[in-house]
Design a protein around this ligand. Structure first.
Ligand code: C2E
Ligand code: MG
Ligand code: MG
Length: 779
């Protein structure tokens, strides 16, 4: 980390990009006096200073294209990343100064007693790779473009007796030259390490399962490469970035592929191996299907078991060739996934052209999806899109139960993430009941959604006629607090002019002379998003957020039968969605993420009105108080979670796809399924809960089969392990909600009076049916 107190924040030196040491900046000291003394003292003490400079190439063009605000955000981000990285990478971890020179160019100085030029080259390269990675992650989101990062290094020799400023200028000039030509890989110590990794090979694969979220089964395994532990190359990102840098992607990929197959240990019936393939590799002569086929056969696999994951983080240079190559592999039975969707180059239209078998949605869209309405809207659009073009969505990076719950409720087909299992070698065991998904908000499409039509959010639009000169539109936009105007004729919208787009056009070379006097039609967006006011907010938000990046925050024009009603800003729409999200969250149990009382009541009321028969399963834990008393509430919560997971799993395994599970609070849960499925679900719950609950006890209690405690009246005694009691109540047609509750209470009492894990079915005449019989114990 950068040492606190050592950082000098310089004022921006106005120096031209091509000649960093000339122009207005020349003659002014590059570092402040106090820091200079510090640095001079190091040199005088006989320790040379190392200088590393990092810059964004072509930054002034970037600034012109995207404007000063975005450019200064990039500089801030660059500085933040440098502060994070440079201290970590510098030989002694001691950075004396990190200073901005001009534009997006920084230099760092640190004492360098022992390291030679090769080490310094290594460091500059590592810095460049990390900065490129981290900075472009942000910049890509903002602009859809990647920045080129350059890094160079040099020394300020010790004890030369020369003036510090001139030493610094020489060193900066050298570093600048090194940054502009690429660093010679033969000089890099890292190159030797890298070669060794490929030759031995010192690579291995870890495997992360991808789960079928509807069936709870494993769809397949993604192989992820790992370099030697504790080395610079332990992470695949570093391996691949370095390989790209030194032009050795193909060999690295081949070794990774071989290692992935060698360590796999086969796959289960119908399971798939997901292999990451760099888009460049598709054009690699050694990546021939015949060779891959031989390799697969050696490990008992066929092309149908293999999914090639192609990331969209890298641009595809020749789309036609890419497409043809993919088709070639597919004709032989291989499947194709587009990886990291949402981070990079492919819009929905190019996805539609490739028609992958899987779309892997990047974790930046998944993390926190349970609380972010924009992400939800985007993912929902993708699911609809995938269903339309006949492919499946894989959500990557699921880290929490609530993220999983949201994703399942949205109908996402497959999921992957640390919450389900971390990548491991050999393949991790995953115990399905414990990593469970919650059926819940699915029954009968009963999701709580924002059904508000978008017209309710409309604001009046400022309209101009198509023949209005651009200069008038600019004046309107400058004089009023509105983001855009609608170009319309006879109340029919023809286009949209957003203030920020107009400024960009006019600010470009010859922008003003080209457009100032011309009609607004020259500068308007002729294909803005126009929607009918009756459409639900979610749907509009989904479409809005899937627009091209530079239009994503443009207003949406709302019409009524094609006539202009007004506009809606993206912000307003997202605020409305956020409110709904909060309402939804209120209805959910914070512990289990399952729908709570309100949703359950709505569901039961709905069922009471319908003709088709249903069964309600009421679940309750026995001896739970004593467990809570002796093990504490946190452990008690774990048992409730276990019960939720077991019930959820049993419903998915033995129930119908749209079954419902609600959590009333405490240890009370209710499941709703069909009468034919109810008993199988209960049998699975009883069996599975009994088996898993033992893990919640100390080995001594488990062995004894009881714990010592006090009952509700404070009487001491031995109490059996926690068990589950289930009560089934059937309704054959329309009935009263009060009748159901009364029956449920009676049958549950009956179930609880029987020791152990049991379920009981009400055998009296079903509600909305004939005469009563006594409840019957069935397990
Ligand atoms: P990817 O293909 O998108 O792989 C998923 C990455 O997300 C993996 O990182 C995985 O460990 C990580 N991950 C999975 N679940 C979670 C989660 O819940 N939370 C978080 N924070 N991370 C999660 P990893 O292994 O570091 O790989 C990074 C990238 O390196 C991969 O991204 C892939 O693009 C590339 N890569 C890895 N192995 C290979 C390979 O053999 N060939 C090629 N071409 N690329 C590879
Ligand atoms: Mg992948
Ligand atoms: Mg990915």
């Amino acid at each position: 980390m950068l040492q606190q107190g050592w950082i000098v924040k310089a004022g921006l030196e106005e120096v031209s990009e091509d000649a960093p040491l000339s122009g207005k900046g020349q003659g002014r000291p590059l570092v402040a006096k106090a820091q200079r003394r510090e640095l001079e003292a190091v040199l005088a003490g006989g320790t040379p200073l190392a200088l590393v400079m990092v810059r964004v190439a072509g930054f002034s063009l970037f600034e012109r294209l995207y404007g000063a605000t975005l450019a200064s955000r990039v500089v801030e981000e660059l500085e933040r990343v440098l502060q994070e990285e440079i201290g970590r990478l510098s030989p002694q971890g001691q950075v004396l100064i990190l200073e901005r020179l001009e534009g997006a160019s920084f230099m760092a100085l640190f004492p360098n007693g022992v390291h030679g030029l090769a080490d310094l080259f290594d460091m500059a390269l590592r810095l460049r790779l990390s900065v490129r990675n981290k900075l472009n992650h942000q910049v890509m989101k903002l602009t859809g473009q990647c920045l080129r990062i350059e890094a160079g290094c040099s020394f300020l020799p010790a004890d030369t007796g020369r003036n510090f400023e001139s030493l610094l200028h020489f060193a900066l000039d050298d570093a600048h030259q090194a940054a502009r030509g690429s660093l010679d890989p033969s000089k890099l110590g890292l190159m030797h390490q890298f070669r060794q990794i490929l030759e031995v090979p010192l690579l291995a694969s870890v495997y992360q399962p991808i789960l079928d979220l509807r069936r709870g089964e494993i769809l397949g395994w993604e192989a992820l490469a790992r370099g030697p532990e504790d080395s610079y190359f332990s992470s695949p990102q570093m391996l691949f970035d370095f390989a790209e840098e030194v032009g050795n992607i193909f060999t690295l990929e081949r070794v990774c592929r071989e290692q992935a197959l060698a360590g796999l240990g086969g796959v289960g019936q119908g399971q798939k191996l997901f292999l990451n393939i760099h888009p460049q590799t598709l054009g690699d002569p050694s990546f021939r299907p015949g060779q891959t086929l031989n390799l697969l056969e050696r490990y008992g696999l066929s092309p149908h078991n293999v999914v090639f994951e192609i990331t969209e983080r890298h641009p595809i240079k020749d789309f036609t060739l890419f497409h043809r190559t993919l088709e070639h592999y597919r004709s032989q039975g291989y499947l194709v996934a587009i990886d990291d969707v949402g981070t990079g180059y492919s819009g929905l239209s190019s996805l539609a052209k490739v028609r992958p078998d899987f779309i892997k949605v990047d974790m930046s869209l998944i993390r926190g999806i349970d609380t972010n309405p924009v992400q939800r809207a985007l993912l929902e659009t993708m699911v609809t899109f995938a269903n339309k073009i006949g492919c499946a969505i894989v959500a990557e990076g699921i880290e929490t139960q609530t993220e999983l719950t949201s994703i399942v409720a949205m109908g996402v087909h497959y999921g992957q993430g640390f919450h389900l299992a971390k990548p491991q070698a050999p393949k991790p065991q995953i115990c399905l009941p414990v990593s469970l998904l919650s059926p819940g908000q699915r029954r009968g499409g009963q999701e709580l959604t924002c059904s508000m039509p978008v017209r309710e959010l409309v604001e009046p639009a400022l309209q101009v006629l198509p023949e209005t000169p651009t200069k008038n539109v600019k004046r309107i936009l400058d004089s009023q607090p509105i983001g855009g105007v609608v170009v319309a004729q006879d109340d029919r919208p023809l286009g949209l002019v957003m203030s920020h787009s107009l400024d960009r056009l006019l600010g470009a070379y010859y922008g003003t002379s080209l457009y100032w006097e011309r009609n607004v039609t020259r500068v308007m967006d002729p294909v803005p998003l126009i929607v009918e006011g009756s459409l639900p907010v979610e749907q509009v938000a989904g479409t809005a957020m899937s627009r091209e990046r530079f239009k994503i925050y443009d207003h949406i024009i709302v019409t009524d039968n094609g006539r202009l009603m007004g506009i809606v800003s993206v912000q307003k729409m997202l605020d409305a969605l956020a409110r709904v999200q909060v309402e939804m969250a209120r209805g959910m149990s914070p512990l289990t993420g399952l729908p709570g009382n309100v949703a359950l009541e709505q569901e039961i009321e709905r069922l009471c009105r319908q003709e088709s028969p249903v069964s309600l399963i009421y679940a309750d834990l026995d001896n739970f108080k004593v467990y809570n008393d002796s093990y504490g509430f946190e452990s008690g919560d774990q048992i409730i979670l276990l019960m939720a997971r077991v019930m959820s799993w049993a419903l998915r395994r033995h129930g119908e796809p749209d079954d419902f599970l609600g959590h009333l609070g405490g240890d009370d849960m209710v499941a709703i399924t069909t009468p034919e499925r109810a008993e199988r679900v209960c049998q699975a719950v009883v069996r599975c809960f009994k088996r898993l609950v033992g893990a919640c006890y100390t080995s001594e209690d488990r062995r004894n089969g009881f714990v010592m405690g006090k009952d509700r009246a404070g009487r001491p005694g031995r109490f059996p392990l926690v068990s589950v009691s289930l009560a089934i109540v059937d309704s054959l047609g329309p009935c009263q909600i009060g009748d159901i509750s009364k029956r449920a209470a009676e049958v549950k009492r009956w179930a609880k009076s029987i020791p152990g894990n049991v379920y009981v079915r009400d055998r009296r005449s079903p509600l909305a049916g004939d005469e009563a019989m006594a409840p019957e114990q069935v397990a």
